[in-house]
Design a protein around this ligand. Sequence first.
Ligand code: ATP
Length: 355
Amino acid sequence: MAEIVIKNLRKEFGAFTAVQSSSFTIRDGEFFMLLGPSGCGKTTTLRMIAGLELPTSGEIWLDGEEVSQKPASQRDIAFVFQMFALYPHMNVRRNISYPLVSQGMKRAQVKAKVAEVARILGIESILDKPVSGLSGGDRQRVALGRAIVRDPKAFMMDEPLGALDTEFREHMAEELRALHDRMKATTVYVTHDQLEAMQMGDKIVVMNHGVIEQFGTPQEIYDKPATLFVAEFIGSPPMNFLRFQGAVTAGQNQITLGEATHAVPVQHDAAHGPLVFGVRPEHIRLSDTAPYRGRTIAVEYLGTTQIVTLTTPHGDIKARISSSDPAPRPGDAVGLEFLAPTVTLFDQKTGRALR
Ligand code: ATP
């Protein structure tokens, strides 16, 4: 097990910079997500930590040792890929024991280790079956077994559930998280799926164009997005943006949109010019008396909640209301209240949240 400290890590491929100077710390035992859209540099970051790619500059500290120039074989990190490559001609037991046998471990010890791993993963009954006939889930478990059997310092996982259909994927995500809670091994996990990152991660790094946009717990990232990019990337539907020209000063606690004033928590920053008022769909309350007005465009019924799409003087927005609340009809004018918890003001020029 290990803490991983990344300092000013950078990767260039010729003239192209895939990862800009990145710094973050992964604590011992953490389930750590690298999240972002395709091409943002998350796989490159993971590969540098594992030793499959050498950084252009920067440091990687693993368990107190600087390893950035060490080959992968000397880092004691297990890599779990999206397409789990099992040895098709071997049975489950031999697939799992292979890393131990190739290390020269004694037979009795190998047997005990494999039995322990099979118990953890709940696959004792298939140990002597050939891998060729296994279901997708069992193949996944065998591949995990092969990764955890040698007690590596840390696990690197690159979209391990990416090839699975939605329902099964959710099940495997829960299983993986439960396995982590039992083993408490430092795990770095790459995904472009924000729900997966929120569901499984202790911490999340959100990347875009090789740059770290934000680093924090799922709740910090959801409730206090640092940038417009993060606010839009996390949440479904994403945060609403109302765009306006205005000015804020440090210590200001409200802004005026149209005729109405709204609470905003800006303690330290100041900005003027194009600003963006961000509010999550579930923090909009429809109220006949609220002075800020919108007009209903559509209502989508989703079972426990419903999504009301509205047009306002500052852009279209979506409100999530309970299904037990009366929904307006298309064309109805409604008043809108914006509730404090996640209201965020952004400077449109820099894309950064004003705090
Ligand atoms: P994806 O989910 O699509 O894999 P990613 O966020 O993991 O995306 P990376 O695979 O890290 O992204 O790639 C980041 C950028 O670096 C991409 O634009 C990619 O084309 C580029 N890149 C990655 N590896 C190389 C390479 N060996 N040579 C040149 N460019 C590369």
